[in-house]
Design a protein around this ligand. Sequence first.
Ligand code: NAD
Length: 486
Amino acid sequence: MTIKTTITIAHGDGIGPEIMAATLKILAAAHAPLSYDTIEIGEKVYLAGNTSGIPAEAWKSLQRTKILLKAPITTPQGGGYKSLNVTLRKTLGLFANVRPSIAYAPFVPTKHPNMDLVIVRENEEGTYAGIEHRQTDEMYQCLKLVSRPGCERIIHYAFEYARKFNRKKVTCLTKDNIMKMTDGIFHEVFREIAAQYPDIQNEHFIIDIGTALVAASPERFDVIVTSNLYGDILSDVAAQVAGSVGLAGSANIGNHVAMFEAIHGSAPDIAGKDIANPSGLLNAAIQMLIHINQPETAILIENAWLKTLEDGVHTGDIYSPEYSKQKVGTQAFAAAVIARLGQQPTHFKAANYQKDVRTRIECMGETRKVLAHKQLVGVDVFIDNRALNENALGEKISALGSTQLPLGNITSRGLKIWPNCMIDAPYTGHCSCRFLVSKDNLATGISHQAIIDLLQRFNDAGMDVIKTENLYTFDGKPGFSLAQGE
Ligand code: NAD
């Protein structure tokens, strides 16, 4: 008797229930050894007052099965609802978002018929940590947090994925020419880890030219690894270039739990009309079958799906008079795939996944055994300054410093505005006052008490301190950026 794997499924909102029904019909016809634990997440749960969109029973199911096949959900507008996807990814530790972008030309028109790339996107860190503050009447802040273990995990994952899936090259995309610390560490870890995979080529581009190259010559890429925000944007660019936004599935992988979904949303504009393309969710289900080591069923379904595309049986979103023979709805498309189970594609390369090879890839960040020597050497004091121009501000704030901890400069939005301001009318509403020990005192540094005393003087002077950021050196190297113009 075949042992069935229990997975959690969520039917979602909008077109979700239709494409999930189609996908489940195909899985059943392929005799996928699966049983289902159904959870309710999304719009109904949000509107019932749960701002996370996920009830307690759903978490319990995920803890039990560790696999979620999820149809898209609708996030209600306004009302402080948190993104369910971000909550799921972060709570379940789904650190890798894996999005293949493959051209299915000529059946799905694209300018890049040989495109076949996979984007491995970091899923938990960067600006998507979602830590934001309004600091003054005019200034809003979003924190970008990047950890070394987070970089190690995702970059190791990308190389392991490349090795297991017979891919030849991993490309890293960052903006480390500007963000020398956060993107700098991503690039640095990439160099370190790439050296451990001599069998796989590696390269790095700045994200802007990298994105342009994905749009103009995607066939030159194989596996791309990048951080959260860049990967989010880039994977939509890649899906669009492949001509197949409605076809792509994605996997969100953690060391213990994994979630599989289509890359598109709940498409409320076409919900209930039986016209949505179920292929995105079906491809996510194929990724899931590989992940849970059921490659035979993955192969059976993928080949039938490829044959359906080749036979010109297409949903409206990919219909073209030249290559389509029959325009079908969601459930008729599923029936066409089912009718081709057991058949091989003739134009496309047939799917072929090995047993036990393509299972989940566990990746840990490394625990550093020798920590750098961390020395407190100063502080940036951020203030809400409504009253003073840069010269008056410099004079007032200088007086708050001490011989041990003098004022070095004042910046606004990263630009130096005191001393020696180089622009006529600088923006002074949001300022950072940098107090840094003199070169002679760098080795000994300062105590936290020196910062507390400084803040007391800011308070006594009636200054509105909105935040402080301690300045440290690590093994003597500054752990902070310099101002533009410094
Ligand atoms: P969308 O992806 O739902 O729709 C964009 C366009 O693509 C629409 O014209 C739609 O009709 C079309 N489309 C999408 N999927 C299709 C399919 N399978 N077949 C045919 N056409 C398809 O994006 P949106 O309109 O920006 O978002 C709608 C809702 O989906 C929002 O509430 C958003 O928050 C949510 N969303 C959910 C997820 C998710 O659950 N993973 C992802 C993205 C958006």
